[in-house]
Design a protein around this ligand. Sequence first.
Ligand SMILES: *Cc1c(COP(=O)(O)O)cnc(C)c1O
Ligand code: SF4
Length: 442
Amino acid sequence: MEKYQSYALRNFREIPQVMEHLTEEEQFDIEVVGHVLPFKTNNYVVDQLINWNHYQTDPIFILTFPQKHMLKPAHYREMAEALRSDASKAELKMIANKIRIELNPHPAGQLEKNVPEFEGARLTGIQHKYRETMLFFPSQGQTCHAYCTFCFRWPQFVGLNDLKFAMRDTEYMVKYLRANPHISDVLFTGGDPMIMKTKVFSTYINALLDANLPHLKTIRIGSKALGYWPQRFTKDEDADELLRLFEKAVKKGVHLAFMAHFNHPRELRTAEVKLAAERILNTGAVIRTQSPVMRNINDNSDAWALMWQRQVEMGMTPYYFFLARDTGAQHFFAVTLENAWQIYRNAYQRVSGLARTARGPSMSAGPGKIQILGISEIMGEKVFVLSFLQGRNPDWVGRPFHAEYNPGAIWLNDLRPAFGKEKFFFEKEYPLTRKPAPLEVE
Ligand SMILES: *Cc1c(COP(=O)(O)O)cnc(C)c1O
Ligand code: SF4
């Protein structure tokens, strides 16, 4: 068994490579940003994924270590000054929370709009936005083997309590499913459900299997464990038991889809991840992959083409290509809609058809998942052509619509309808709040 060693703000100076390579100032930057946004990494990421000779530009270093410019200058200064003046824990926490509230901690109406009410109670461990798929947040699965610096679920990792989704009770999940027969997919998410011990995770899966719901066709597991701790499927003491659980679900006739989160081709190169993927596939599960496009991590078509190719070689199916969501350090990671589309298209052109299965670029916005189909010129006007991959209203899906071309746009609320229209077609039901004029730049 290989020992999992976790690192966070309190002990990152114990990482030998940090002490060897990072300057005092760079360590302080981590401390400043790490007081506001979550930070967690581990020995596998540090020893096997990061190239420390070029850590400043290393995609995996940027993926898990807080970066100075993830905070806007004013926020950075405020926290840095507090730390330099030895502010008390309570003061630091107050400053951190004040900054966090300014970082749009619950984007896309996750809290108000997606949590269902059922028999008089709000099911806070469930999100049900798209008709066929229910998300389930098991309470013991609300952390990860390491944290991605760009993660849109960051508020739940820093203890903004009212933003946590979690539900211990499987009974409610089953009841809710029985009452909603059009749900064909249950997606376990978090955090990372693969952080749970098999014993705990199996209580959820067994409850679903034992309920014998005829309309439940697919169990999906959203996880980054193949990227951050593949030992979960190889050397961990309950790895074999986990794979037997996967087998059991498959034998019972459900489609088991392991939704793997990978951000960079390097995550697919270690012997450990290859073995882990092989073992998962041998249970009869399938692996589908997804990632957002992020500046300084994977904002180039080489990375994507290579990533998709390797995934197909390893028996995985590329599934989603996302955009940086409008929360946390979006200003640091965001790629413009135009660039994202170019990166996607260039990568897509370079791989065989079997690797052209990732849908995107896609924004998971309030009304739904909106795909940038491309940039076009229609009746002399340059426009973005868009379409819903998923919609709050299923009827919105698959209808092309148009927005004025805007080279700086990074998110839906930067877009205005093309051809002089007031509103997008779906705004009768779901009005958008457009961004005010840009903030001053420091
Ligand atoms: C992406 C997503 C899903 C799953 O959508 P698919 O297109 O079926 O993969 C379900 N619920 C929410 C809230 C999502 O963001
Ligand atoms: S693994 Fe997923 S949930 Fe965890 S930090 Fe990364 S993006 Fe967020």
